[in-house]
Design a protein around this ligand. Structure first.
Ligand code: ASN
Length: 483
């Protein structure tokens, strides 16, 4: 059962080949067997079995929604009523939200079963899952290597078949980079497409939740549940939600693919470049045409992002003060001591680094030099995309500069870690949708193909991803030991 797609699972449940309770038990058993991967922070077994029973009743009554009875798992950044939401931090190790995030509520309404909460970099700051208070999740393709981050647990759980699908969030690559390093399909939607209500804020002008699945076809079903206007999120966009599965099979004849020159510079690893080129050749066989596009401001994306994201995080994380919720230090001498020690003891090194950088960038004397400048660069980058996407339908390139790296190999060098995001970050600055799909392997490690679309073009991206997955089987490969 753990190998079936979401469509096959839905059909199996409806055809009474298995019940949601049986299905849920299969996945709970796999999660138990593969604890060494450290994909989950919390396994909500009791709740999952209750939800499965409710789903079985709904199935018996003949009123299921498309995902009714199907197990999924949530990144531990989405608030879940009654189940711990840690955001990968000691700060929230004791936090039980009194409400569900909108994304969670939507899955509940659809009748999905929540298996648990997935490991992640602390407050989503990281590209390897190593900043998690709970330790790194391990890449099932090589457990000595990182799964990427920050949605590392989500990518691991989907790749190792511990859950049929999961949610992730992407501020600067956090869905796409781990999807690429673990050989799964991850979609970062247009900013504003998926509600951020109840999704713990890191950098509010960049954060966006989205699906992490084995295929574009499965991701389409998850998007259908996640997307839509939410009055509780002021940045949610009130645009009609299309049927994401309807156009999956549309022909790609005449599709115009743009290849940003800056994505294929001589610094790109030659094996990654060759893998991406052969994926693009596959698209040409499907009828697509290819042209080079120039995006001169892309090289400014990393510095602009790390100023903006740090500035926003320094503001967002000021709420963790030891008073209202979260960790509180023992025996504070006075209020200042309470603030200093609660924050000092409960935040990890990377979170502290970003709060410091952000506070500096926002401080009176430096605001114009850093924050304002970064916002201006952000506009230039958005304009580059606008120009490129007026000439072509989608852009393609690599997701990551290398395949999964060894645990510990980049932890002493934050700049090296930030460079992991070199191909993904600009998309968040522009607010565009983008996707990573499996495109091959180098020395047994997965490589992702990056597909970037126009605003609210998720259905097109899913169509482009699905057609490739019909003629290739990279996405069906399972890491050894997890078949
Ligand atoms: N949250 C993300 O999208 C990951 C990115 N590497 C960051 O640390 O900001």
């Amino acid at each position: 059962m753990h190998t079936l797609s979401l469509t096959e699972l839905a059909a199996g449940l409806r055809g009474k080949q298995f019940s949601s309770t049986e299905l849920t038990q299969v996945f709970l058993a796999r999660i138990g067997r593969h604890q060494a991967l450290n994909a989950f922070v919390t396994v909500s077994e009791e709740l999952a079995l209750q939800q499965a029973e409710a789903a079985d009743r709904r199935l018996a009554a003949g009123t299921p929604a498309p995902l009714t009875g199907i197990p999924i798992a949530q990144k531990d950044i989405f608030c879940t009523q009654g189940v711990k939401t840690s955001c990968g931090s000691k700060m929230l190790d004791n936090f039980i939200a009194p409400y569900d995030a909108t994304a969670v509520e939507r899955f509940n309404q659809a009748g999905a079963v929540m298996l648990g909460k997935l490991n992640m970099d602390e407050f989503a700051m990281g590209s390897s899952n190593e900043t998690s208070f709970y330790g790194p999740a391990r890449n099932p393709w090589d457990t000595e290597r990182v799964p990427g981050g920050s949605s590392g647990g989500s990518a691991v759980a989907v790749a190792a078949r511990l859950t049929p699908a999961a949610t992730g969030t992407d501020t600067g690559g956090s869905i796409r980079q781990p999807a690429a390093l673990c050989g799964i399909t991850g979609l970062k939607p247009t900013y504003g497409r998926v509600s951020r209500y109840g999704m713990i804020a890191y950098a509010s002008s960049l954060d966006q939740g989205g699906p992490m699945a084995r295929s574009a076809e499965d991701a389409a079903l998850l998007m259908q549940v996640m997307a839509g206007f939410d009055g509780k999120d002021s940045t949610s966009v009130d645009q009609p939600v299309p049927d994401y599965s309807a156009g999956l099979n549309d022909s790609l004849q005449g599709l115009k693919i743009g290849l940003p020159k800056q994505f294929f510079s001589p610094e790109l690893d030659s094996q990654i470049a060759a893998t991406i080129q052969s994926a693009i050749a596959e698209y040409q066989k499907l009828g697509a045409t290819v042209q080079e596009v120039d995006m001169p401001n892309l090289e400014l994306a990393i510095p602009a992002y790390y100023v903006i994201a740090s500035a926003e995080c320094s503001s967002n994380l000021s709420r963790y003060d030891g008073v209202r919720f979260g960790y509180r230090c023992q025996n504070p001498a006075d209020l200042t001591d309470l603030y200093i020690r609660s924050r000092g003891e409960a935040f990890g090194a990377e979170v502290k680094r970003r709060i410091l950088m952000g506070t500096y960038a926002l401080s009176a004397g430096y605001y114009d030099a850093y924050y304002l400048k970064a916002q201006q660069v952000r506009r230039l980058i958005s304009d580059d995309f606008k120009r490129a996407l007026s000439e072509v339908d989608v852009l393609m390139g690599p997701v990551t500069p290398s395949t999964a790296f060894k645990i510990g190999s980049k932890t002493d060098d934050p700049i090296q870690m930030y460079l992991e995001d070199i191909y993904t970050i600009a998309i968040n600055l522009a607010g565009l949708p983008a996707m990573s799909i499996p495109a091959g392997f180098i020395a047994g490690l997965p490589v992702g193909l990056h597909i970037i679309g126009n605003y609210f073009g998720e259905a097109k991206l899913l169509n482009v991803g699905h057609r490739y997955q019909q003629v290739t089987d990279w996405h069906n490969q399972v890491p050894k030991g997890f078949e």
